[in-house]
Design a protein around this ligand. Structure first.
Ligand code: MG
Ligand code: MG
Ligand code: MG
Length: 306
């Protein structure tokens, strides 16, 4: 249909990418615009739990985007983490909370803020446009904030994220902390995943100065349990490295209870990681105390050292 606008987040979508697509498409629809929410990959277990709890269907899977399609990018503004064909789409709007890394030929309506979650920004867009947030919509938007801020434990979390989460919990009529812990727990079950699936639950590619690298992250309530599969994980990471000519692969297993991350690091430039964190890898691993945020605590350090 002409003039339809597609809304989507990043590849290997997390809860915020899925929820932002749904809530932003709904806001646009309420404003009278023909809009469709999409996803750029499989729904993870945490997101599935949130969608089921609040009775939502997963958005449509989008494998490529036709030339000149209208799009709204949410929770992402990097072509390298987006759908094939995005270079030739018409980007109408960006709503995001990541580093800004987008170049366009035409002006774009950008709403980016350094808050903990895209859904926090979308909440404010609903308010600005005087559109009500339904209890079930509030439930998934709340889920996205809990997910992205690790229930407010991440250094990316702002006072505003927390305040808005509290408001959303009221609208959704849920106990914020009780629900939050259940949601995060739901995302940690990897027992039926292959090593390939595990490293791709939430992996993001980056490059700078001809260095190609990936930072992948999973949440866990049993980090040692994950590392019993270290050899298997190393094999999968090794395959990714050769398949995509990567120089560095950082796999973070984030302890949602302690707020630390154990990193498994491979690649011919793993010395960059050691330099960035002033650590020595022991059998490719190191514990990063207090590190939970890829965007704020890991990516900038690596970029600085490239
Ligand atoms: Mg995200
Ligand atoms: Mg996000
Ligand atoms: Mg995330």
């Amino acid at each position: 249909m002409i003039d339809k606008t597609f809304v989507f987040g990043h590849t290997n979508p997390d809860t915020d990418s899925i929820v932002s697509a749904i809530s932003m498409a709904n806001l646009q629809t309420e404003l009278g615009n023909n809009t469709q929410s999409c996803r750029l990959g499989n729904i993870n277990k945490e997101t599935a739990f949130a969608l089921k709890t609040f009775d939502f269907e997963a958005p449509t899977l989008l494998e490529k985007i036709e030339d000149n399609s209208n799009v709204i990018m949410v929770d992402n503004n990097e072509f390298g983490q987006c759908v094939p064909g995005i270079e030739n789409a018409k980007i109408k709007m960006v709503v995001d909370h990541h580093r800004f890394n987008l170049k366009t030929d035409e002006p774009v309506h950008c709403v980016t803020e350094p808050v903990g979650c895209t859904s926090t920004i979308i909440y404010k867009l609903y308010k600005q446009n005087d559109i009500d947030i339904s209890p079930k919509m509030a439930g998934i938007m709340l889920s996205a904030i809990i997910s992205d801020t690790l229930l407010f434990k991440s250094p990316t979390c702002t006072v505003e994220d927390k305040k808005i989460a509290e408001k959303l919990a009221k609208i959704a009529d849920v106990d914020l902390y009780e629900y939050g812990e259940k949601l995060l727990k739901a995302g940690t079950d990897i027992s039926d995943y292959t090593a390939d699936q595990i490293i791709n639950i939430d992996s993001k590619p980056f490059d700078k100065n001809d260095i190609k690298f990936v930072i992948s992250q999973i949440n866990s309530a049993d980090v040692d349990g994950v590392f019993t599969r270290k050899t298997e994980l190393e094999n999968s990471i090794g395959n990714e490295i050769s398949k995509n000519n990567l120089n560095l692969y950082v796999f973070l297993v984030t302890d949602i209870l302690k707020g630390d991350s154990k990193a498994l690091v491979l690649g011919d430039k793993s010395n960059i990681f050691e330099k960035a964190f002033s650590v020595s890898l022991d059998n490719n691993t190191v514990l990063l105390k207090g590190v939970v945020s890829r965007k704020k605590q890991v990516l900038p350090k690596i970029l600085e050292n490239l």
